[in-house]
Write a protein that binds this ligand. Structure first.
Ligand code: BES
Ligand code: ZN
Length: 484
């Protein structure tokens, strides 16, 4: 029977302004996990989230995760975990939700049209601000679902377990072990029947989706050093071997301009494409114009949608991100940097095992450097790695979410995989032994990680309805024998 959601939906609509204010307060806290000096703000954001949920009567805890590996002077932000209702109702199913309260860095000077940490709503209902879609909007979505049930006087349909972290954008430092521990018998997440993560986006702007796969991410550094300090290129150019030149030459051997990974052995690790999988792509609601719209250009690699989607979901990619220690300010400085660290990452897919990838990377980088015959020294290491994840979209967790999408958006969702990574997704699946679903709120044009990140008001408000409706439908789904 379709649950009666009318009064819940109405309450969400009538609280729109308050929900936007809640997002405004969250966006105003610059919880950038990658910038050490912002760590107090990351903690402040975690505490803000906790206080919002405390205020709604949830049982909340801020759990310390210890020191940050490699930066022992820095405490990791806490995992904010909780339970709603505070006391478990044994007659109801238990759903564990995860999200992150940290954000990517953002500065007005990067090209933002508005202050990144001030939510700015335009006349089309686009709400600009760092973290609006990734992932503060969706995380607050769960808070708003709880509040709307209370205000509407509608019984909460499930036991909700919550896990919110503050280091996702930095590789989820410290969280794997915490999750594994808390899924053990007698611990906080023990009772989860299924997991739901709202931390991704639709493929376009009109059609919702449910996501059952993510790529993994292995992130590397290559450090090359030689001279004792930065040098004048007029005095030493032509006489000293230059680390930056070596680095550029090594980095240029990693990938070609069409995204082909040049590290020997990497592409051979990829699971072959089956006929069945190949047939899935043509029905996905995605066009090259969707790509061009979110790219902001027509500089895509492939001319067709199938290859584009495959390049994003099911094949690995290698991206070069930047160089620490290099001259990057505007203007011209005639410097020879003494030590430079290049950064790149590989998005991994089935069946790539991260340790095998590491081995191939190290051996290739070593050989490429040796090939230069340079007197400088080189070190290559892994910063973090998270594995890919592919689940079954046939599980009742997905069936319930599909019904919720149809109810709220009046259309069937696409079943998609994604190219991004959420390192703990696989950890949740393995530690709970239960199915994990990705249920996005935002759309393809939200520009997560980029300048002018936004969440449309419509996606936020209907997204709150969607998360709530999902909990009602999941409460009704018959429990099948298979856990995954
Ligand atoms: N929300 C993204 C994950 C995502 C991106 C899902 C694109 C679907 C499509 C998440 O916040 C994120 O950006 N994660 C990082 C993880 C990395 C640091 C290991 C990412 O993918 O770069
Ligand atoms: Zn995110």
């Amino acid at each position: 029977m379709a649950p009666n959601l009318d009064s819940f939906f109405k309450t969400v609509d009538s609280n729109t302004d308050a929900f936007i204010e809640r997002l405004r307060k969250a966006v105003a806290i610059p919880s950038v996990s990658a910038e050490d000096e912002r760590r107090p703000d990351v903690v402040k954001m975690g505490m803000f989230l906790k206080s919002q949920l405390d205020g709604l009567g949830a049982h909340m805890e801020a759990r310390p995760l210890g020191k940050q590996p490699g930066k022992e002077h820095l405490e990791l932000p806490p995992a904010i975990i909780g339970r709603y209702p505070a006391k478990k109702d044994e007659s109801k199913r238990t759903i564990l939700v995860y999200g992150h309260y940290d954000v990517q860095p953002a500065n007005l000077s990067d090209g933002w049209n508005t202050e990144p940490f001030e939510l700015t709503v335009d006349d089309k209902g686009r709400m600009y601000g760092r973290g609006s879609t990734d992932d503060k909007g969706p995380v607050l979505g769960w808070v708003n679902v709880i509040e709307s049930h209370q205000k509407a006087g509608v019984e909460f349909p499930v036991n909700l377990l919550m896990c919110f972290e503050g280091m996702e954008e930095y590789g989820s430092e410290g969280l794997d072990d915490f999750i594994i521990e808390e899924c053990k018998p007698g611990k906080f997440f023990e009772d989860a029947d299924a997991v739901c993560i709202s931390d991704n986006y639709w493929l376009g702007t009109e059609k919702p989706c449910l996501t059952y796969g993510l790529r993994g991410c292995s992130y590397y550094s290559i450090e090359i050093k030689g001279p004792g300090q930065d040098l004048h290129s007029g005095v030493f150019g032509g006489t000293a071997q230059e680390p930056m030149t070596d680095l550029m030459r090594v980095m240029a051997t990693l990938v070609d301009g069409n995204g082909k990974i040049l590290i020997p052995g990497i592409n051979e690790l990829v699971a072959p494409l089956s006929k069945e999988e190949q047939s899935l792509y043509k029905d996905i609601a995605f066009t090259m114009d969707n790509l061009y719209e979110s790219l902001g250009s027509t500089t895509g690699i492939f001319p067709d949608k199938e290859s584009t989607l495959m390049g994003r979901w099911r094949y690995p990619s290698l991206s070069i991100h930047g160089v620490e220690g290099a001259f990057s300010a505007p203007g011209a400085k005639t410097v020879i940097p003494a030590k430079v660290t290049g950064k790149f990452s590989i998005r991994t897919v089935p069946d790539m095992e991260p340790p095998e990838v590491d081995k191939l990377v190290y051996s290739h980088v070593q050989q490429a450097f040796e090939h230069l015959g340079s007197k400088n020294t080189m070190k290559c290491w892994l910063q973090h790695s998270g594995k890919w994840w592919v689940a079954s979209p046939k599980h009742w967790n997905f069936t319930a979410a599909a019904k919720a999408v149809e109810r709220v958006w009046k259309t069937k969702p696409d079943l998609t995989r994604e190219g991004g990574s959420i390192p703990v997704t696989l950890t949740f699946e393995q530690a709970t032994g239960k199915n994990v679903l990705l249920l996005p709120m935002g759309s393809s044009t939200d520009a997560a990680h980029s300048v002018n990140e936004k969440l449309d008001k419509r996606n936020y408000i209907e997204g709150i309805k969607l998360l709530g409706a999902y909990l009602h439908y999941v409460a009704e789904e018959p429990m099948k024998a298979a856990a995954l």
